[in-house]
Design a protein around this ligand. Structure first.
Ligand code: PLP
Length: 316
């Protein structure tokens, strides 16, 4: 069933003058609620949508934490998450990085994992994290519920940049948080006004219909490309744990490779139907190896993608 797109910001009260389920769209709207229901079912919890992944990050930490609290952030996670946390330092929130393949540090009030991390593609040790007394959030943008349902492993919250695989077509910016009881976060969303538009939610709902098909095909193609990249003499390191269409690999001259592809687009982001490739050092500086390229595999023919990569790797 297609989700109904309802752009209203208001709905009439009932015949006794009492608000019905929907009355003003900052509080909730039928389109959002319907898509949230579908995403919640995929993750095995209750979902709330936000205008972007970064908006979801801001909302969840401001709602859960207090000034003086510390977040343990997986080292090598999406660099923008650390940037968002740093923007909140002046409000008294702190963060420390740790190796998510081991146990989180003591004396933290929230554990922030990423499955797998972008662009290092390490997987978190969920057992070690859930043994810690602090709540555990897993940014599962890259794994998607097709490959991982973190709530089933004891995590408290799942976060998505729905801009990526969930929506899947590079035409909508959206974020999501999934948990067991998000009543407080929903109140915070209403009060802070970090509420998304119904059009974006509708596009996400359409993307979800093909999520599994897209992600399985992207993973199949990425598995083949990772194998061929490993055998190429100009490629040093290939990071590919499976679980998505995301690969990172190191070359001597990343700028030449990324500007020499024809089918693969030289652009940022990941998770869309179009393959994109970029050098991450342009954004992340010396946090990543200088030659690191991140490839998000789309739905193009696998051999055509390899032919494009091969000619780009061989160009000078
Ligand atoms: N989390 C991960 C793993 C990401 O890759 C991104 C964006 O690249 C975000 C969160 C932030 O999401 P958005 O760009 O939708 O704000």
């Amino acid at each position: 069933m297609t989700h109904e797109l309802d752009r209203s910001t208001i709905w009439p009260y009932d015949e006794r003058g009492e608000p019905r389920e929907f009355y003003y769209s900052r509080y909730g709207s039928p389109t959002l609620t319907s898509v949230e229901g579908e995403l919640g079912a995929l993750e095995g919890g209750e979902a709330l949508l936000f205008p972007s992944g970064a908006g979801a990050t801001t909302a969840v930490v401001l709602s859960l934490l207090q000034p003086g609290d510390t977040i343990a952030l997986a080292a090598g996670a999406y660099y923008g998450t650390g940037v968002t946390f740093s923007a909140l330092h002046k409000w008294g929130l702190k963060h420390v990085e740790f190796d998510q393949t081991g146990a989180p540090p003591d004396d933290v009030q929230l554990i922030w994992l990423e499955a797998p991390s972008n662009p290092f593609l390490t997987m978190p040790n969920l057992d070690a994290a859930v043994a810690h007394p602090a709540p555990v959030l897993v940014d599962s943008t890259v794994a998607t519920p097709v490959f991982l349902r973190p709530l089933e492993h004891g995590a408290d919250y799942v976060l998505h940049s729905a801009t990526k695989y969930l929506a899947g077509h590079d035409d909508v910016l959206m974020g999501a948080v999934v948990g067991r009881d998000l009543a407080e976060l929903k109140t915070f969303r209403t009060r802070s006004g970090i509420s998304p538009a119904p059009d974006a939610a509708w596009l996400l709902g359409r993307g979800l219909k093909t999520l599994e098909l897209r992600v399985r095909r992207q993973t199949e193609t990425a598995t083949l490309l990772a194998e061929r990249l490993r055998a190429h003499p100009r490629v040093h390191t290939v990071r590919y744990p499976g679980l998505s269409g995301l690969i990172s690999f190191d070359v001597e001259d990343p700028r030449t490779v990324e500007t020499s592809t024809r089918l693969i687009v030289n652009a940022t982001s990941l998770g869309g139907v179009t393959s994109v490739l970029e050098s991450r050092a342009r954004w992340e500086g010396d946090r990543v190896p200088p030659g690191l390229l991140r490839l998000s595999v789309g739905l193009e023919d696998a051999d055509a993608l390899w032919a494009d990569l091969e000619q780009a790797l061989n160009s000078r």
